[in-house]
Design a protein around this ligand. Structure first.
Ligand SMILES: Cc1cc2nc3c(=O)[nH]c(=O)nc-3n(C[C@H](O)[C@H](O)[C@H](O)COP(=O)(O)O)c2cc1C
Length: 327
């Protein structure tokens, strides 16, 4: 990155690396950053949108919202002021955000702790401990979502959890039976050595014994032993106010703030997003949660051993400089 301020250049480099550590659906990493001194654009990379699982790019937009949070959290933790404009140009709908880096602004300890959580966060598909998430942490997570105009609803009664588990089974079954969905999934889970995207075999979890309460997405043909999962999982549904691109980017920001706060509190999380990807179950999930909003993703949260990080494409592949971008 070309800037006359070496400290800002170093912080920008760290922030871009952090942005690429964000979670993304099937680890597609559907982002592109256009980097100028003191200004970073976050674009949706249409080439990396899942055409079957995510035909209107909703989950890709969530993923970019998560990357945007990592970017700004690291810049802020380096004591830079940051101003973010979402969807700044109606003529360029895939330009999701412009981040402008300003002068000095001291970061709070909370912000620094979120910045250090970025590299520790990883999707944990293994069983969690039989240890309830304390109320104080639950409150922190719901507040992290509402800070971005989203709602995190915890399914904390057996009846709601059971109904959710039924929707999850149904959506998962429809996707398992859909050859186009499966072909796309296989493309992103080949796990070839040296591949810098997709979900590698090492990131998969075991199948739950007897099917378990919750049905995880089957990424690979697991050969390992099935295992018992936690008996009383904490499941949280993230909802946005509307379902526009702006709502989805903000929901992605809320999702990442929830995940970073969870990591900072020593918690792990995995996704159970199948019911949000099937129109019928998405509507039923909305009815189950009640109140306003559109379900954007679903998280399972608990205590577990941190998994190994998954690969990312190098910065050179996901960054451009204004001179390289056709106007
Ligand atoms: C919008 C969204 C939906 C996702 N849905 C699922 C899912 O249904 N099941 C799952 O196991 N992982 C899901 N993931 C997790 C990604 O597979 C994961 O973020 C990616 O492989 C990168 O790994 P990491 O999160 O460990 O860095 C989802 C992630 C995002 C952002």
């Amino acid at each position: 990155m070309s800037t006359t301020d070496p400290a800002l250049a170093a912080a920008t480099d760290r922030a871009l690396r952090a942005a690429t550590r964000a979670p993304s659906v099937h680890n597609t990493q559907p982002w592109l950053f256009v980097v100028a001194p003191s200004r970073i654009e976050v674009h949706l990379d249409r080439e990396r949108v899942l055409t079957v699982a995510d035909p209107d790019a909703r989950e890709a937009q969530l993923s970019c919202g998560a990357a945007l949070v990592n970017l700004t959290v690291v810049l802020r933790a380096a004591d830079h002021d940051v101003v973010t404009d979402l969807l700044p140009d109606p003529a360029r709908p895939d330009l999701l955000a412009v981040v402008r880096v300003g002068g000095y602004r001291l970061a709070s300890p909370e912000l620094r702790s979120l910045a250090t959580a970025i590299d520790r966060r990883a999707t944990n598909r293994r069983p969690f401990q039989e240890r309830p998430v304390p109320l104080t942490h639950r409150r922190v997570l719901t507040a992290a979502a509402s800070g971005h105009g989203a709602r995190l609803v915890l399914l904390d009664t057996p009846k709601r959890l059971e109904t959710f588990a039924g929707l999850l089974r149904r959506a998962d079954h429809l996707q398992e039976e859909d050859p186009a969905f499966q072909a796309e999934l296989r493309h992103w889970t080949t796990g070839e050595p040296g591949r810098r995207d997709g979900v590698p075999r090492t990131a998969g979890g075991p199948r739950p014994i007897g099917g378990g309460i919750l049905t995880p997405r089957r990424f690979h043909d697991e050969h390992g032993a099935a295992r018992e999962f936690e008996q009383d999982p904490l499941v949280a549904v993230l909802l946005s106010h509307g379902d526009t691109v702006l709502d989805r980017v903000r929901a992605g920001m809320a999702m990442q703030h929830v995940l970073l706060n969870a990591t900072a509190a020593g918690l792990s999380a995995s996704f159970l997003s199948q019911p949000t990807e099937v129109p019928y179950t998405r509507t039923a999930l909305r009815d189950l949660v009640g109140g306003p909003g559109h379900p954007q993703t679903v998280l399972r949260i608990g205590y577990g051993h941190p998994p190994a990080p998954t690969p990312r494409r190098p910065l050179a592949e996901v960054t451009r400089f204004p001179a390289e971008v056709p106007s």
